[in-house]
Design a protein around this ligand. Structure first.
Ligand code: NAD
Length: 341
């Protein structure tokens, strides 16, 4: 297995640069599920600007017609359709190449992502049923929290329906990478457009592990190393507290979600060498799903890379998180086992 380090140059070249410069073309239908929400609205707007999207389908249980009408007036080529409620989920999903899912409730101050499990597990499982039925071959990008459990839930539902393709199910951990780039660039006075940080593990607190020891050209004091790691792990809390009850990260999440979806679309369109961190099924650790750099291709994950060498501090963080990642995945699997449709 190759390590991520071999792809550092590619990462810098391909991961996440804004501006949507098309170097290939595609003819893709993308659905945003939860499109009327705090993340869904700006994410839908960003997807409307992508040259890789020809058909943008917006689905939510409420308010989709207004969002769709509004976004449809933007002068970019993608056509827009809005769909509301279970009767229209088929039309929303039929023929989709990529489905991005920020549906479900967000955190309030004092809540962990795991506190959202009870509500969001059912929402995500229901949406997985619909995806299995209407667009089993799409790439699924799961944003709904707790990602460490919702991705295993989605996988189990697809498995039960006989349509699970591990190469096409992604937990979106891009916001952790986006935060890491921003905070590292500030700290090291780097150009944020060229810095990249590999972030491994999961998407909750200490399961988020930025590999600062691998950041090229960086020189962190021990104090900064620990403080930055902590800030990247708990950056979401800064937003939850600042919003003071009005939700969690929406705009930065939309930015990150659009970045990741666009990378998937670019790879589907045949662009080569696209590497990004994502929470996918793999056997690098004992956790069934683990975020690590993956090479994306026309059919989803082409190769999963090992994360490379860790500092002793990072090694400690990895060992400490693994039991949590395993338990949170099992919680998702158990939920699906005990679920009545
Ligand atoms: P929000 O409440 O503003 O929006 C959620 C939307 O989902 C609402 O419009 C709601 O109507 C819709 N919805 C609920 N059930 C649905 C269903 N069955 N089908 C379709 N739509 C449905 O919340 P938000 O701030 O946009 O956050 C959405 C989710 O994203 C939360 O779970 C949040 O924790 C998560 N999140 C993830 C990350 C990440 O990095 N992966 C970052 C921030 C937030």
């Amino acid at each position: 297995m190759q390590t991520a380090a071999r792809f550092t140059q590619q990462l810098a070249a391909t991961v996440g640069r804004r501006g949507f410069h098309a170097t290939s073309t595609s003819n893709a239908k993308v659905c945003v599920v939860g499109a009327a929400g705090g993340i869904g609205q700006p994410l839908s707007l960003l997807m409307k600007q992508s040259p890789y999207v020809t058909e943008l389908s917006l689905f939510d249980v409420v308010n989709t017609p207004g969002v769709a009408a509004d976004i449809s007036h933007c002068s970019t080529p993608a056509t827009v359709s809005g769909h509301t409620g279970n009767d229209e989920v088929g039309a929303a999903l039929d023929g989709c190449d990529v489905v991005v899912i920020p549906a479900g409730v967000p955190r309030k101050p004092g809540m962990t992502r795991d506190d959202l499990f009870n509500t969001n597990a059912s929402i995500v499982a229901g949406l997985a049923d619909a995806c299995a039925k209407h667009c089993p071959d799409a790439a699924f990008c799961i944003i709904s929290n707790p990602v460490n459990s919702t991705v295993p839930i989605f996988a189990e539902v697809l498995k039960n329906a006989g349509v699970y393709n591990p190469k096409k199910l992604f937990g979106v951990t891009t916001l952790d990478v986006v935060r890491a780039r921003t905070f590292v660039a500030e700290n090291q006075k780097f150009d944020v457009d060229t810095v990249d940080v590999t972030v491994i593990g999961g998407h909750a607190g200490t399961t988020i592990l930025p590999l600062l020891s691998q950041v090229e050209g960086a020189n962190f004091s021990e104090e900064d190393f620990k403080a930055l790691t902590h800030r990247i792990q708990f950056g979401g809390d800064e937003v939850v507290q600042a919003k003071d009850g009005a939700g969690s990260a929406t705009l930065s999440m939309a930015f990150a979600g659009a970045e990741f979806a666009e990378l998937v679309l670019r790879a589907q369109a045949g662009e080569e060498g696209i590497v990004a961190c994502s929470f996918v099924e793999n056997d690098i650790t004992q956790a069934p799903f683990f975020s690590t750099p993956v090479l994306l291709g026309e059919n989803g994950v082409e190769e999963v890379f090992h994360y490379g060498d860790l500092s002793p501090f990072e090694e400690e963080g990895l060992l400490a998180m693994l039991p949590d990642l395993v338990a949170q995945a099992e919680k998702g699997v158990d939920f699906v086992k005990n679920r009545s449709k």
